[in-house]
Design a protein around this ligand. Structure first.
Ligand SMILES: *[C@@H]1O[C@H](CO)[C@@H](O)[C@H](O)[C@H]1NC(C)=O
Ligand SMILES: *[C@@H]1O[C@H](CO)[C@@H](O)[C@H](O)[C@H]1NC(C)=O
Ligand SMILES: *[C@@H]1O[C@H](CO)[C@@H](O)[C@H](O)[C@H]1NC(C)=O
Ligand SMILES: *[C@@H]1O[C@H](CO)[C@@H](O)[C@H](O)[C@H]1NC(C)=O
Ligand SMILES: *[C@@H]1O[C@H](CO)[C@@H](O)[C@H](O)[C@H]1NC(C)=O
Ligand SMILES: *[C@@H]1O[C@H](CO)[C@@H](O)[C@H](O)[C@H]1NC(C)=O
Length: 295
């Protein structure tokens, strides 16, 4: 009897503990998602009032953020955001860093807004689990961050119609789940990295200097090393020539001076040579000098 009661009490205690822990972690997680959306709303200029009218943080029933415009939750009654879709809402501002607090999102669509500035270089720490990222038709500038290669779950990456510059980071080849990738209508140049999926010329069109599959082969990259080699060879040639001239001049002047010496200083040189001939002479001169030094 006592044993049974004890085990029952134990079971109840354990379940209470589990519930407490779960509750804590759940409320913690959802509070972060609420803060995430609040931060996004605060950081963007919402001139048409889409967020202002729909994203109301006053009614805090469980799952209230799941009814916000553009928000999908994992479960309709749980404040845990699955997707953020804010396309074509006239939103203005820089990339909303607060999205990092929505730790469970798998999709982010900010396309067709008025966002500008760089795509954050730590983007992979902001949206690590995202499978679909659409930043197209904004005015993002700067380079495509190589850190996007760390978003290894990406299936879809759309960056077209922005003001992105530089080249496409070769590390993006590591995105081995990619199904769709587009960077058309930017200011990109340089070779297109290899993607393990068939992409079309349209995905890369209207950039000033992109080349390689599926666009035309790169002329500049095959030229680059050659011109480099030619320039190097030219520099080397000039250097060798200069060294040669220097050596030639050195020997020429040495010869001239030796000849002069032979002509002018022959008597003295002869004397010196003669004094070297006899060991005695040297010893004598040495002892002489040492004596004179000592005295
Ligand atoms: C936001 O909406 C409220 C009413 O819902 C309105 O009074 C307020 O002016 C709006 N703010 C902006 C910036 O549109
Ligand atoms: C909060 O929102 C829920 C669901 O939309 C609604 O049923 C409820 O009446 C609202 N509560 C208040 C106080 O507005
Ligand atoms: C991306 O991953 C590499 C290798 O794990 C790491 O060294 C680098 O810091 C990461 N970059 C970012 C921005 O997270
Ligand atoms: C990303 O970098 C910015 C500064 O550039 C920083 O404020 C932010 O906290 C970083 N985000 C994460 C998730 O590390
Ligand atoms: C886009 O950004 C670039 C550079 O950041 C700027 O020169 C250009 O005026 C912007 N375009 C629009 C339409 O805002
Ligand atoms: C390329 O994709 C195919 C199928 O989509 C996959 O089987 C293969 O492992 C991938 N190769 C690399 C190098 O990722």
């Amino acid at each position: 009897m006592i044993m049974v009661m004890r085990s029952q009490i134990f079971a109840v205690l354990v379940s209470v503990l589990v519930w407490l822990l779960l509750g804590c972690s759940l409320s913690y997680a959802t509070q972060e998602d609420i803060d995430c959306l609040r931060s996004i709303k605060d950081s963007l200029d919402d001139s048409f009032g889409y967020l202002n009218s729909s994203w109301n943080f006053d009614n805090t029933t469980e799952g209230f953020i799941c009814r916000f415009t553009g928000i999908d939750c994992w479960h309709p009654d749980e404040n845990r955001v699955l997707n953020i879709r804010l396309a074509d809402m006239g939103l203005k501002g820089v990339f909303p860093q607060g999205i990092a607090k929505c730790k469970s999102i798998t999709g982010l669509d900010l396309s067709s807004n008025k966002l500008y500035g760089p795509i954050p270089s730590n983007i992979s720490q902001i949206i690590y689990y995202v499978t679909s990222l659409d930043l197209s038709s904004n005015n993002f500038s700067g380079e495509i961050p190589p850190a996007l290669a760390n978003c290894s779950f990406l299936n879809i990456l759309k960056l077209d119609y922005n003001s992105l510059t530089g080249s496409i980071p070769p590390v993006l080849s590591l995105l081995n789940r990619i199904k769709a990738f587009s960077v058309s209508n930017n200011l990109l140049s340089g070779p297109i990295p290899y993607f393990n999926v068939s992409l079309t010329a349209e995905d890369f069109a209207h950039n000033p200097g992109l080349c390689g599959k599926p666009l035309d082969p790169c002329q500049s990259t095959s030229k680059g090393p050659k011109t480099g080699i030619i320039a190097g060879a030219a520099v080397a040639g000039v250097t060798v020539a200069a060294i040669g001239v220097a050596i030639g001049m050195f020997f020429y002047y040495r010869r001239v001076s030796v000849m002069r010496k032979k002509k002018d200083d022959d008597p003295e040189g002869n004397k010196w040579a003669k004094s070297l001939k006899g060991d005695k002479g040297i010893k004598a001169s040495l002892s002489n000098t040492s004596m004179s030094d000592l005295s």
